[in-house]
Ligand binder design. Structure first.
Ligand code: BG6
Length: 496
């Protein structure tokens, strides 16, 4: 995203290590994204990919594994020379994240035949293991020479503000800030990047983007999937840490930020931080009025019966981990003072859909009061992140006929033409890591402020452990989520 694009392949790493190579993230996101970059000719010839995992495999069994995980994603391309080239890049390092010898062994794999020392270390592992990896990288001398390599850290960064600060201090002992890529893959999604263009490249929009015209903002990230076998992580994290503290907070920041002076990493991040800092702190006794949590019980998703959260494999009996969270925030600045931002996310909801819905105010004059219309419904701007990638604006037009009646038309500014395919967020972000562009990665003060915002909710829920409301799988979450609204005419917008 940054202006000054680098010379092709200059300044790029020659080794890319994936810790947790056999895990969900690597299989579902990283390997497909790296393959697509290979197919697009964006990986330098001398780049070696190294899979690090505990499994007792050889490089050949690892290559078989790639074949099987990419099978249904890339179809016929499995037989192409591009795929062969991709496979040939890989080495496999069997190792234990907690044993320094494994890192010494890894060191021998890093581009042994060249003088290039720039490596990407991608931590596609449980957050609980981040610290151990960073310490062992240092112990094996893999952070040397200082300033060269890049470390990619997945979210959540810490599990509360204190642990995030501790992790950050540890990282800074061994790596410079320029080497640290805190990833939030929502920022790599096309619609999210397009939000910047929508807001700052259209004079039509920006003058309306404030408390004078906007009634409230809703951000929904609904998932129909469950926890997909990740109980050991999810049961500790819950929806607040897994999604709201990072993905939804980042969306909020991009929607609400002021235009940056330039499209540069720090300029963008400065503006996001200003938003996060301006969020009104939730005082202890107001937590109930600002946040709702719930957990799914059995139900039906896409016509199939699914089990409740407590019946998922390895979830603790009587767990009160939330699989749904909704919260209300106010941004106390001149642009947004008094405009509620309603955020919600959950697993096993009715649909897999992420939508930013911006509701405008009613017209100040009730001009149509004496007509069948009485009160016209307000306008909405709908930014759909997934599965549809679109931007729509709802406006009123007169219905043809003798009466003064209106209908709502959607002006559709979907930016993908029928023959175009959106990039996966990880393709964009992995390329940014390789090219050294940090614009779409998170600076620590963003992480810190986001934890600060949700800290009162975390603390309150940590002591209220007797009860959690439930919702049936396949629904839109608990009815309690409606109590967050400030006005009777506000309701959740589920569909585009
Ligand atoms: C991850 C969360 O960060 O994002 C998962 O840990 C969630 O729980 C996923 O399912 C959603 O991302 P996407 O891109 O599939 O919508």
């Amino acid at each position: 995203m940054e202006h000054a694009k680098k010379a092709p392949f200059g300044n790029q790493p020659c080794s890319f290590v994936i810790f947790g190579a056999t895990g969900n993230l690597a299989s579902n996101k990283l390997l497909p994204a790296l393959f697509h970059l290979e197919a697009a000719g964006r990986l330098a010839e001398n780049l070696t990919l190294i899979a690090f995992s505990r499994r007792d495999w050889t490089v050949d069994s690892w290559r078989e594994h790639i074949r099987s995980v990419l099978g249904d994603k890339i179809g016929k391309k499995l037989d192409s020379p591009v795929f062969e080239r991709f496979l040939a890049r890989f080495r496999y390092q069997k190792g234990d994240l907690n044993e320094v010898e494994s890192y010494h062994a890894l060191a021998t794999q890093l581009s042994p035949e060249s003088a290039c020392t720039r490596t990407v270390f991608y931590l596609a592992i449980k957050p609980a293991d981040f610290a151990a990896v960073v310490q062992h990288l240092e112990a094996a001398g893999l952070n040397k020479p200082r300033g060269m390599s890049r470390v990619v850290i997945e979210k959540p960064f810490g599990e509360d503000i204190e642990s995030a600060q501790t992790l950050n201090r540890l990282l800074h002992q061994h790596f410079d800030e320029e080497q640290i890529y805190r990833i939030d893959h929502f920022l790599g999604k096309e619609t999210v990047q397009n939000l910047l263009v929508f807001r700052f490249a259209n004079t039509l929009i920006e003058p309306l983007w404030n408390r004078n015209f906007i009634d409230h903002v809703q951000i929904t990230v609904a998932e129909s999937i469950g926890i997909e076998g990740r109980a050991d992580y999810y049961d500790r994290a819950g929806a607040l840490r897994d999604m709201l503290q990072n993905h939804l907070m980042q969306l909020l920041a991009v929607i609400a930020m002021d235009p940056p002076p330039a499209l540069e990493a720090d300029a963008l991040r400065d503006e996001k931080v200003k938003v996060l800092r301006s969020i009104r702190p939730i005082i202890k006794r107001a937590v109930h009025a600002h946040a709702v949590r719930a957990q799914y019980v059995g139900g039906h998703v896409d016509g199939h019966a699914v089990a409740g959260y407590q019946q998922e494999k390895e979830v603790e009996k009587n767990s009160i981990t939330e699989t749904f969270v909704a919260a209300k925030f106010y941004i106390d600045n001149w642009r947004w003072g008094g405009v509620p931002f309603y955020l919600r996310t959950g697993k096993r909801l009715a649909q897999q859909s992420s939508l930013i819905a911006i509701r405008f105010k009613h017209p100040p004059q009730q001009l149509f009061r004496e007509t069948p219309l009485e009160r016209v419904a307000p306008n909405w701007v709908l930014l759909s992140i997934q599965p549809e990638k679109s931007m729509r604006m709802e406006i009123h037009v007169k219905q043809p006929g003798l009466d003064m009646d209106t209908r709502v038309m959607q002006m559709n500014a979907s930016y993908l033409k029928t023959d175009e395919q959106a990039l996966d967020a990880y393709e964009t972000l992995l390329l940014d890591v390789i090219e050294g562009d940090r614009s779409l990665f998170i600076r620590f003060d963003e992480v810190e402020w986001a934890w600060q915002v949700i800290d009162p909710i975390l603390k309150h829920w940590a002591v209220e452990r007797e009860f959690i409301p439930t919702y049936p799988a396949g629904s839109w979450g608990p009815a309690e989520a409606n109590r967050l609204f400030d006005n009777d005419d506000q309701t959740w917008r589920n569909e585009v």
